[in-house]
Design a protein around this ligand. Sequence first.
Ligand SMILES: Nc1ncnc2c1ncn2[C@@H]1O[C@H](COP(=O)(O)OP(=O)(O)OP(=O)(O)O)[C@@H](O)[C@H]1O
Ligand SMILES: [Mg+2]
Length: 253
Amino acid sequence: MPAVVHLAEIHKIYHSGEVPVHAVRGVSLQIERGDFVAVMGASGSGKSTLMNLLGCLDRPTKGRYLLDGTDVSQLEKNQLADIRNQKLGFVFQGFNLLSRTTALENVELPMLYGARKLSSREMRDRAQKNLELVGLAPRADHFPSQLSGGQQQRVAIARALINDPQILLADEPTGNLDSKTSVEIMGVFQKLNAQGITIVMVTHELDIARYCKRNLIMRDGRLVSDVQVENRLVATEELRKLQEAEAAAKLTD
Ligand SMILES: Nc1ncnc2c1ncn2[C@@H]1O[C@H](COP(=O)(O)OP(=O)(O)OP(=O)(O)O)[C@@H](O)[C@H]1O
Ligand SMILES: [Mg+2]
């Protein structure tokens, strides 16, 4: 089976300012189905630019990108939008939920723009199923302001999964969360990954990257390191340890 992502000598040069910015400088990369990749690197090293390219939100200036065997490097904007709807799901740092709609309606939203036309009953059922998947079914009727940061991020993940994407792309999905909530979100990702979905996420945090299977490091637009994670952390185990530590602290109060 071909790699789900195959980048060959990808470059991205931004021409928006007076001086062109060479944000990605010749990245070649293969990601197999079922992989779980963390992209790390200093601020400005090109992580988000690379994610935008992977997510077909932007086109490379040079180089080839095969997504699931299809060359998407030269597609037009509307073709890229179709590919995004069919194959990709996105989770961002700020959740990007609509504040005046419930958790359930937020999850339903991408289906309104999806290629497949579903009845409102079908949309509701699928949204409900996805909220269950991320452990948020009891909060389906809540508005984002009534949810914690971690719960809002779960809604965003449920929404990203609604069109059955092959790849989930997440830029700093735990960036706004405390450390325990971050581990919970990594638990959701590990569960989804175990079900076969490929995940690529950006993180600044080394300990968060240890929940992934593979770690990439970017520097000045280049990929400078690509390693398999040894002694991978398992979120359910780490959460159990945290709970035990909390309980022990209460006993000694
Ligand atoms: N739309 C744009 N126009 C011009 N330059 C840009 C644009 N987006 C990003 N850049 C530049 O490209 C380089 C890489 O930016 P990018 O956002 O990919 O970095 P990053 O690794 O995600 O950083 P951070 O960790 O701060 O999010 C930076 O020098 C940035 O200023
Ligand atoms: Mg960034």
